[in-house]
Design a protein around this ligand. Structure first.
Ligand SMILES: Nc1ncnc2c1ncn2[C@@H]1O[C@H](COP(=O)(O)OP(=O)(O)OP(=O)(O)O)[C@@H](O)[C@H]1O
Length: 249
């Protein structure tokens, strides 16, 4: 689903503050894989997500998504494949708009021409039903501005919104870092079940090694712009948390 070949990304090339954020990375992520990325600060995790999403372009190398060479394709042209959830729950939603209007926008993400979508009662009841699955009671508040909700509530809704339109890839960049432990657990559980239900290919960047152990079908450790470890399958499932801690020893 996602292939990175020989990807390099250097910032501030030729200046004293030049930094190689991604150093010659090859990565092949299969459809339906849920990859967890861990690594110290500055190891290149967010840059990697930015390269996949098209938020930044590589200096060299190629990126393929769903069989399409997207290396030079800007972010908005990749949105038909990709939804992204950020650390800050305020990103990804329009605070002043109601919950239902945010869901309308989400459903229109890749369909700018069909602006009539979501005006009818059928759409409202579909959204209410989906929101009810969160078990947060938010289905009765769909006319309320989304900015009045807590970070955890908002992040849960943002996840649901990401699957309102065509989406094959979910990029999660520390989506729970700003949440309390209970909300964080809830949001990750929702993400995990959406990934399974919609058979999404997902990448989760996290500093939480417990989550890194519990979630995902593959784990990658990054260091200084390179892939240091790449473990999948039963080996990933049996990875003990202590072992993960030792990676950072
Ligand atoms: N836009 C930019 N301009 C200049 N340098 C950048 C830019 N984005 C990232 N970098 C640098 O690239 C390196 C990798 O940064 P990146 O944000 O990808 O790391 P990270 O692993 O996500 O870190 P963290 O865990 O702290 O979020 C760092 O040295 C960072 O300072």
């Amino acid at each position: 689903m996602i292939q990175l070949s020989n990807i390099n990304k250097t910032f501030n090339t030729g200046k004293p503050n030049q930094v190689t954020a991604i150093n010659n990375i090859d990565l092949d992520i299969k459809t339906g894989e849920f990859v967890v990325i861990v690594g110290s600060n500055g190891s290149g995790k967010t840059t990697l997500l930015n390269l996949v999403s098209g938020n930044i372009l590589p200096n060299s190398g190629s990126i393929t998504i769903d069989g399409n060479n997207v290396t030079r394709l800007p972010e908005h042209k990749r949105s038909k494949w990709i939804a992204r959830i950020f650390q800050n729950p305020l990103l990804g939603t329009a605070a002043d708009l109601s919950i239902i209007d945010n869901f309308r926008l989400a459903a229109l993400r890749t369909k700018a021409k069909n602006l009539s979508i979501g005006k009818n009662d059928q759409f409202k009841s579909l959204v209410k039903d989906r929101i009810a699955t969160l078990g947060m009671g938010l289905e009765d508040k769909i006319e309320q501005p989304i900015g009045t909700l807590s970070g955890g509530q908002r992040q849960a809704l943002t996840l649901l919104m990401s699957v309102m339109d065509t989406c094959k890839i979910l990029l999660l960049d520390e989506p729970t870092a700003a949440l309390d432990p209970r909300s964080a657990e809830n949001v990750l559980r929702i993400a995990d079940s959406l990934i399974k239900e919609y058979q999404l290919t997902a990448i989760l960047v996290t500093h939480n090694l417990k989550d890194a152990g519990n979630y995902g079908s593959r784990i990658i450790q990054m260091g200084e712009g390179e892939i240091l470890k790449d473990i999948a399958g039963t080996e990933k499932q049996s990875l003990h948390q202590n072992e993960l801690f030792n990676w950072f020893g």
